[in-house]
Design a binder for this molecule. Structure first.
Ligand SMILES: *[C@@H]1O[C@H](CO)[C@@H](O)[C@H](O)[C@H]1NC(C)=O
Ligand SMILES: *[C@@H]1O[C@H](CO)[C@@H](O)[C@H](O)[C@H]1NC(C)=O
Length: 264
C-alpha cells in the first residue's frame, strides 16, 4: 500500500509534464495540407472519367493532403456554403491551405444570378441580386479566407486557375485572365500567404508537350482533365511550390531535379 501510494503521483507527474511537449513536436512535424477549389481540383473532376489534380498531390508531399474542393463552386459559392468557415474549425498552426478558384467566378449577375458569379471588381465593391444581398468580389472572398486562415497560424497558397485547353484551336494560346492578377494581388497583402501561378506553370508544360498529347488530357471538354492530365497539373503545382517561399516547400517528397518544369 505504501509503495503504490507513492508511485501513483509520480507517474501522473511524468505524464503531465511529457504530454504537452509530445503534442507540440507532433504538430510541428506533421501539419496537414487542405485544398479548396472546384472541379479541376476535386475528386472525380467534372465526371465521366475526368479527375481533379488535388487527388494527385499526395504523391508529391510527405504530409497528409485533404482535398476539400467541390465541383461547380466559385470563391463566392464556396464561401456562402460555409466551406471556408468549416475548414477554419479544423486548422492548426502550420497547416497549409491551397485556394484556387476562377473557372466558375466569371459571367454576369444580370439578368440571372446563377449563385456563383462574383461581384465585378478588384476591391470592396458589393453587388445585390434577387437571390443574394452583399455579393463580394473575387479578391474580397479570397482575402477574407486568407485573413481567417493566417490568423489561426495556417499558411496559405493562393493559386491562379488552371488553363482551359490552350491547344483547343490547334495553335497554342495561353493568356492569363483577370483571376491570375486577382489571386496574385490577394496573396500579396499577407506575410503568410504566397501566390503560385499555377495557370502559367501548366501552360508552359502543355506548350512543350504539343497539341495531340494535351488534347488527350481533355477528354470531355476544354476544362476538365483526364487522370494523366491531373497528374501533370499536380506536378506543375509542386514545381510552383518548390520555387516559392512557401513553408510547404519543405514537405515536397521528390528531389527538386525530379520535379517537372522550371521556375517562372
Ligand atoms: C504578381 O505580382 C508581382 C508584384 O506586383 C508582379 O511583379 C508579378 O508580375 C505578378 N505576376 C503575375 C503573374 O501577375
Ligand atoms: C514525385 O514522385 C511520385 C512517385 O514517383 C510521383 O507520383 C509524383 O508525381 C512526383 N511528383 C512530382 C512533382 O514530380
Amino acid at each position: 500500500m505504501k509503495d503504490s501510494s507513492l508511485l501513483v503521483p509520480a507517474v501522473f507527474a511524468t505524464v503531465a509534464l511529457a504530454a504537452p511537449a509530445a503534442q507540440l513536436t507532433q504538430r510541428t512535424i506533421n501539419p496537414t495540407v487542405y485544398l479548396t477549389g472546384e472541379s479541376t481540383m476535386a475528386k472525380g473532376g467534372g465526371g465521366t472519367g475526368t479527375q481533379g489534380w488535388g487527388e494527385n498531390l499526395r504523391y508529391s508531399l510527405s504530409i497528409p493532403v485533404i482535398n476539400k474542393a467541390v465541383a461547380g463552386r466559385s470563391a463566392r459559392s464556396y464561401t456562402v456554403e460555409s466551406h471556408f468557415a468549416e475548414l477554419a474549425t479544423l486548422l492548426k498552426p502550420e497547416d497549409s491551405v491551397v485556394i484556387e478558384f476562377g473557372h466558375n467566378d466569371g459571367g454576369s449577375l444580370t439578368p440571372t444570378d446563377n449563385g456563383r458569379t462574383d461581384c465585378p471588381g478588384a476591391a470592396d465593391e458589393v453587388c445585390n441580386t434577387d437571390i443574394q444581398q452583399g455579393i463580394l468580389t473575387y479578391p474580397a472572398y479570397l482575402i477574407n479566407a486568407a485573413r481567417k486562415f493566417t490568423s489561426l497560424g495556417a499558411r496559405v497558397i493562393i493559386a491562379s486557375p488552371t488553363p482551359d485547353n490552350p491547344w483547343e484551336t490547334g495553335t497554342f494560346v495561353y493568356a492569363a485572365n483577370r483571376f491570375t492578377t486577382y489571386a496574385n494581388a490577394s496573396a500579396s497583402g499577407f506575410a503568410h500567404a504566397k501566390f503560385v501561378d499555377h495557370g502559367q506553370l501548366v501552360a508552359n508544360e502543355f506548350q512543350k508537350l504539343g497539341a495531340s498529347a494535351v488534347d488527350a488530357f481533355y477528354p470531355i471538354d476544354h476544362t476538365h482533365t483526364s487522370p494523366d492530365g491531373a497528374a501533370l497539373v499536380a506536378q506543375t503545382f509542386i514545381r510552383g511550390v518548390s520555387c516559392s517561399e512557401s513553408l510547404l516547400r519543405n514537405h515536397v517528397k521528390n528531389q527538386t531535379s525530379g520535379v517537372v518544369g522550371t521556375c517562372l
